[in-house]
Write a protein that binds this ligand. Structure first.
Ligand SMILES: Cc1ncc(C[n+]2csc(CCOP(=O)(O)OP(=O)(O)O)c2C)c(N)n1
Ligand SMILES: [Mg+2]
Length: 537
């Protein structure tokens, strides 16, 4: 005798999806009852937390992750984080319970009468099985859709009375067939196309590469390094794409491009061919007037996302597998005689200082304390430029941020990242405002003994929003100061080993000690100076 619930668990087991993140209510009990010993469940105290944990867990393991949420209001709470997962292109299988089918018509408590509408438009697909016995097949379809490029979250609503229903023999054998199916995304890159692009790269006086998070998500890291080295071209990270896509300590690396068209065309001035790979073109933020590209430059865009290809305002796009494309191009380009590009400015020196610290001094201190295999997760508002100047990891999957930019992602994501990479130190780089959107992730970190190290830059304001206010000429906006947050007290109350650092030396010492402690999470709060004014670039 097999129930729908058992068939669902078997399906997840078959796909090695036995680590679940969730927040339960009565509509989820029927699925979660007698939770199997070979499964793990990580609780978040509000729905944003499990989605954020699962997002980074999936990105760091490069595998899909499962999230089980509460019906309608829980889905509503989760929506900001589902948006992040969607922009991050993270393959999440999100499920939620729903009221019994025979009570939904009365809108009884727990009813989500439009379950597939709620997570839209931020999922690739949403469904509720038309009949209980279809639940495993619907979930199988969801798993395959989530993991086919471009990847992304999917949602399946599971009415609670479906779970105990017993399947007949035909249904059981149909489900077994679905469970065993595989879907393979096979890709190639036409030699002729590789030769055409290589000829343009060879002929360019000064090509530049712009890489994005998909280079790391789709395992194209080595291929892109080889391509950059063969072209001897500088490499920039596209704005707001999540991972940096290139070793940040590589001699060809030139940092992240700022999210404005005019800024980008200025920085890329002098380059006649731009090859953008594993990114959209580009995720601009404020309107920064200027051409999209420097004068005389053209752009070739390689993406696995047809919509990214279609919506770009410039360039000729090729929809292809990122890794296979990069490999084909490096095989096709000639070895170049171009001189090496000028190196990027050096990491700022470590200057002794005391609070309030300049952001640059704080992040340089953190970079001195963290070992080479650290995995940084950042959500730090106005600090982002300073921290990427000071912290330059060289390994793949080492600097993760949210492409979506919906705050409340950083803390849960760093919990998920540390779970996914238990042997690496995860160091979370947070703004004091950002950390409060999903502050209860600290409880999950303490509860599950996740040994991450959180560094908070406390300027008592939404600094980056003030910077935008200057740029947009919108003075006197209320609600941009956040004084009186007791970050050490709050973290301590959740069970985190929390400290206040007063000097750069203390930052170094406390970050080292936090990383060395593999038993529990550590938080280091530091007062930093408020932002001075507008953007410089
Ligand atoms: C869910 C959500 N709400 C609001 C915002 C708008 N927002 C962007 S950055 C920011 C402030 C970040 O402040 P903090 O983390 O303290 O960093 P700071 O800029 O002060 O260094 C806000 C409120 C957002 N991005 N996401
Ligand atoms: Mg702040």
């Amino acid at each position: 005798m097999t129930t729908v619930r058992e068939a669902i668990l078997d399906l997840f087991r078959k796909h090695s999806l036995t680590t679940w993140f969730g927040n339960p209510g009565s509509s989820e009990l029927a699925l979660l009852q007698d939770f199997p010993d070979d499964f793990r469940y990580f609780l978040g105290l509000q729905e944003m937390i499990p989605v954020g944990m699962a997002d980074a867990y999936a990105q760091v393991t490069r595998r899909p992750a499962v999230v089980n949420l509460h019906t309608a209001p829980g889905m509503g709470n989760a929506q900001g984080q589902i948006y992040n997962a969607y922009v991050n292109k993270t393959p999440l299988i999100i499920t939620a319970g729903n009221q019994r089918r025979n009570m939904q018509n009365q809108y009884c408590l727990l009813t989500n009468h439009e379950p597939t509408t709620v997570p839209k438009p931020f999922v690739k697909w949403a469904a509720e099985p038309a009949i209980a016995s279809e639940a495993p097949a619907v979930l199988a379809r969801a798993i395959h859709l989530a993991t086919t490029p471009p990847m992304g979250p999917v949602f399946v609503s599971l009415p609670m009375d479906d779970m105990p229903i017993e399947l007949d023999d035909t249904q059981i054998s149909d489900i077994a067939a679905v469970r065993e199916r595989t879907v393979t995304h096979a890709t190639g890159f036409p030699t002729e196309l590789a030769q055409q692009i290589a000829a343009r790269l060879d002929a360019a006086k000064s090509p530049a590469l712009v890489v994005g998070g998909d280079v790391e998500r789709y395992d194209a890291w080595d291929a892109v390094i080889e391509l950059a080295e063969r072209c001897e071209s500088p490499v920039f990270t596209a704005p707001l794409t999540g991972w940096s896509g290139f070793p940040e300590n590589h001699r060809l690396y030139h940092g992240a491009l700022p999210p404005g068209a005019g800024w980008i065309s200025q920085i890329l001035a002098g380059h006649d061919l731009i090859l953008a790979i594993g990114t959209s073109v580009f995720r601009y933020y404020p309107l920064v007037p200027g051409p999209y590209l420097p004068e005389g430059a053209s752009l070739i865009h390689i993406t696995n996302d047809p919509d990214e290809a279609a919506r770009a305002p410039i360039g000729d796009a090729i929809v292809a597998d990122i890794r296979v494309a990069a490999q084909a191009l490096s095989a096709a380009v000639k070895s170049t005689q171009r001189p090496a590009p000028a190196p990027r400015a050096a990491i700022p020196g470590l200057v002794p200082g005391q609070v309030p610290l300049k952001p640059q001094d704080l992040w340089t201190a953190v970079s001195h304390a963290a070992p080479a295999d650290a995995l940084f997760v950042s959500e730090a508002g106005s600090n982002e430029v300073a921290l990427t100047n000071s912290i330059r990891p060289g390994n793949p999957l080492s600097h993760l941020s949210s492409a979506g930019g919906g705050l409340g992602w950083g803390l849960p994501a760093s919990v998920g990242a540390q779970l996914a990479a238990p042997d690496r130190p995860v160091v979370t780089l947070m703004g004091d405002g950002s950390m409060h959107y999903a502050i209860t992730a600290l409880w999950s970190a303490a509860r599950y003994k996740i040994p991450l190290t959180v560094v908070v830059a406390s300027n008592a304001e939404y600094g980056v929003v003030k910077e935008f206010g200057v740029w947009e000429k919108t003075p006197n906006v209320p609600g941009l100061d956040v004084p009186g947050l007791d970050i050490v007290g709050t973290a301590t109350s959740y069970g985190v080993d929390a400290h206040e650092a007063q000097t750069t030396d203390e930052v170094v010492e406390l970050v080292k000690a936090g990383i060395a402690d593999r038993q529990r999470p550590t938080l280091i709060n530091t007062r930093t100076i408020p932002v001075a004014g507008g953007f410089t670039s």
